[in-house]
Structures are given as C-alpha cells and as structure tokens.
Design a protein around this ligand. Sequence first.
Ligand code: F6R
Length: 608
Amino acid sequence: MCGIVGYIGKQDAVNILIDGLRKLEYRGYDSSGIAVIHDKHLTVEKAVGKLTNLEEKIAPLAVKGNIGIGHTRWATHGKPSDANAHPHTGEKGQMAVVHNGIIENYLYLKETYLAGEHFTSETDTEIVAHLLEKFYDGDFEQTVIKVLDLIEGAYALVMVCADEPDKIIACRKGSPMVLGVGEGESFIASDVPALLAYTRKCIYIEPGELCILTQEGIEIKNHQGEVLAKEIHTIDWSAEAAEKGGYEHFMLKEIEEQPAAFQRAMAGRIKNGRVKFDDFTLTKEDIAKWRKIYIVACGTAYHAGLVGKTIIEKMVRIPVEVEIASEFRYRNPMLDEETLVIVISQSGETADTVAALQEAHDNGSKVLAITNVVGSAIARAADYVVYLWAGPEISVASTKAYTTMLLAQYLFGIYLAQQMEMITAEAENDLLAQLQQLPVETEKMLTAAYQSQIQQIAANYEKVNDVFFIGRGLDWAIALEGSLKLKEISYIHAEAYAAGELKHGTLALVTTETPVIALCVQEATYDKTASNIKEVKARDARVLAIINEGDTETAKFVDDVLAIPRINNFLSPILAVVPLQLISYYTAKIRGCDIDQPRNLAKSVTVE
Ligand code: F6R
C-alpha cells in the first residue's frame, strides 16, 4: 500500500523524505518519488523499483529544499513506471500531490473540468494535481477545499504549491495518516515508523480534516473551517523496535519477538486470577443479550478468528460465525442489537474490515475490535477495543500479530466465561497459569538447535511446487495459517484441508511430489488424523508431522516430526503455529525470496 511522507522545517527535506519512505517500505511498493520546493521552484524526481533507484537518480542533481513530499507507490491505476510514480503535478508544474487510495470519479472530473489538458500518467492522482492548478487563484488552502469538494473516493492526499512554499496541505478520507509535531518543523506520514527518528509527538487525522503544516506548527480544521484542538499522542515505541535490530529479516525478528509480545499482551490483564481489560467492562447482562457473535477479518486475522470461534463457543456457548470481511457486507448478514461483531485487524486499517465494522454499526450491533494499532480507524470506531500490544509488525507476513490475536481471544473468552460465571475458579486458574507459561514454552522453539532442525526440514521444500497441510479442529485452523504463510513468502502453492476431507477429492493430487504437513496436536482427533496421514503415506507423500512433546507414536509412520512443548490442548494453537512460521521462513530463504516484502503484497490493505 502506498506510503506518504511530508516535511517542512529548517532541515534538508530530501534526506528526511527518503529516510521516512524507507521506514514505510514494509507497506510494499513498486516505485517512489519526491517533490521539493526551493526558491519557489518545484523539483520532482521519481523512479520505478526500489528506493535506491530514486536515491541514485537524485544524488547527482543535488536536489535541495526545506519543504517537500515523498511517496512510495503500490500500483492501482496504471502499471508501475516512472511516469505513474508520485508525486504528480499539473500542467504548469506548480503544484505537487501524493496520494494513497482511489479517486473514484477521476474520469468524470477529467472529462468535465480538464478537457484539452495534457496528462503524463495513467493515474487518478494526476487529475487532482491538474484540478489544483486549474483552480489556483493565489489561495492554496481555498483551492484545496474547492478540489476536495469535487472528488469522491477514499484517499489520503498531501499537497504542496511552489507559490506558497511556507505550507503543506493534507487531508484524508479513508486512508490513514499521522502528523508529527516537531520544534520549528512539522511532519506527516502514512504511519508512525516514518516519524520516530524525528519526533514522538503525533496527531491522528480523522476523515474529513484539513491539515495545514508550517514550520511554526500544524493547524487542523473541520469541514466548516473551524480550527480543532486535537490530542497530541506520545509514541512509546523505540525507533529500534521499528527497525531490524540485527536480524536479516523483520519476519525472523518478529517470530522471535513472540515471547516478549505474549508477556506484554498479558501484562496488567491478569490480576488476582481474573482477566481484566482496562478500556471496558462487560456485565453479565451485556453478554447475556448476545444471541450470536460474528468474527470478521481478512487473511491471517481471519485464520485467528477461526480459533476464536472455538474459544468463545467453548467458554460461553454462544454461537460464533467467522466471516471473511470482503464477503460480509455483501451477503446481508443477520445483524441486530443482540449480535456482537468482533473485527480482528493487525493494522486496524484494512478497508474491508473497516467496512464490515460500519455495516455492524449501521445495523445496531456493538463492535469489539482486536487490533495492534492504537489510534487506527478500527480502534477509533469500535465500541470496545482489545489491543494486541505486539509492537510494530513490519514484515508483510504476519507472525507475532497472529499469535497475539489468538492470545487476545483466549483472554477475552476467559473474561466472558468469568463474567457469565461459566468457569470454575480452578479451571480459570489452570488456563491462566498455562497462558502465563507461553513465553517460556515458545522460547523452546526459538533456540538455535530447534531452528537448525527446521532448516534441515525446509530443505525438502526447496524445489517442490505444491504442499498440503492437514489437521482437524484447532489443528485445521492452524494448518490454514501455515499454508497461507508458506504460499505468501515462498511462492509455493500450499493448501490446507480438514484432514478428513482430503479423501473426498483432493487425495487424487497427492503423490510423491506433494509433501504433506500434518498437525497432530489435538488429542481428541489424534487417531483420526493418524488414519488420514496413513492415507497420504500410502500415496508416497513425504509427511512432516507437528506433534506434542513426548509423542513417540507418530514418528513411526511419518518421515519427519517437529515437537512442540506440551501445554493444555485447548491453548496449543499458539505454540503449534510457531514451527510453521519458521518452516515458511527458512523455505523462503532457501528459495531466495524477498521475505519481508513478498511480490504483489502489501502490509496494510486500504483498498477494497
Ligand atoms: C498475511 C497477512 C494478511 C493480513 C490481512 C489482514 O500474513 O498478514 O493476510 O492478515 O491483510 O490485515 P489486517 O490484520 O491488518 O487487517
């Protein structure tokens, strides 16, 4: 997803813009560009490919200035190219615009207001730059307001004007942006990591707000032009936390951060043998009102929701349906005041999940958000929020966010059961004690010896084209996540099946060429899964089984085993996914893939 950075102050804008864009690389991009103003002259430079291409291009030109905007583009309208990269300018090259999102009525605007003008790109963004220049009458702010009134869609726009080099103007409707408050300088970016090296004070921009950034400070106005008093948040993430910290890839760093993330996610929430959430309380009456719960999310977060269904149904016997957010609102879901909707989203900005939340609210349902990003759209709109406290996740492939999503749901499930008086003190204590063991148990799978065992197993997948994952119940939910991880970073086609389902068609594809990864952790279904493994072994598939420590049986009929620490079976998904994350990581590494930024993918998906 596109990344935006803007700077105005006394320092060299170019360095700050490039540095900020680098911090946003995790969002995925295919081209980049900057626009800088010096002596009322606007210079725009753009390059397709990695940021280093842009740096190489601008170095000999000695581009300078104390005000500028920058952008990393993830193509939506028009292929990745120098011409389509942002910033875009109008015909006179007087105004520059960077944009994240989609201008839905751009063709109408082009035909209605810009007939005869010459365009250099295929983008919807260029239309905005042309409109700005066309309507400019010496008042940049009023011109922006006029243009915003015309455009439709979900966007974040940041604009500069060569004739008014004392300000940057920004606004958003849909796509996230955050302002950085400095001393004698102001910043704007799509996400906090781009700001952290310069300031920890930030302001979240709400949809519809107009922001005017100057050296002296930032003014934020509502649609009526009234200046708003906005809260300034202090970010406590360290700059290092948002960077690689010595690891070759963010993904491995984030996998290894899981024990610390678990500790943070539980800290302060387990008190005197009870679960408590700081931000909300639900009474027995509140909970008893819900006749049904929907869990709505995308991708990895959806897989976390599949585990959440089992947790909640087991803990409080309320039926739970898990839905893919991009499908949810189009199928007229049965929502009302007696339904709770849980939305799960690491970024808190996923457009489909935001839309599902809105659908829930429109139909009178309360929404609980499980998210990692404080101040995100989803966190702000939800009625109740459970933060993951996983710390920033930079790698496109989600790991610690996924496991903390599971942990958050276990805590929430236990909380519901205690509020409903549906769990004995003994059972609650046992579950909480075991949850608190998770950091230590997870560490056991992060040792050099364990990872070297995984590296050896991963070598088996270097040349394969297809892998099947199988499991039953909670093991199946984990298999789904394992297969998504493998396909997204190693580009191997992987599919997860409920183990018993394989023989209803897919078994026809199982041969010596299709390795199978079998989850054999859930004891209640162990025997059945073992039979399914024998079915694939009979077709000569190479089988890796994920087993519980102490299981000596499975190794007798599979090729490889990886043991996870033994824990209450109900909680084991949190541990069982860790070897799958590592297998994906090491397989992708052997295959030479771009692990942190897999092709075609973006970290934050803010288009529907
Ligand atoms: C895969 C992955 C994605 C996200 C999905 C939803 O590793 O990370 O499948 O889970 O795009 O993103 P969030 O959780 O930000 O809503």
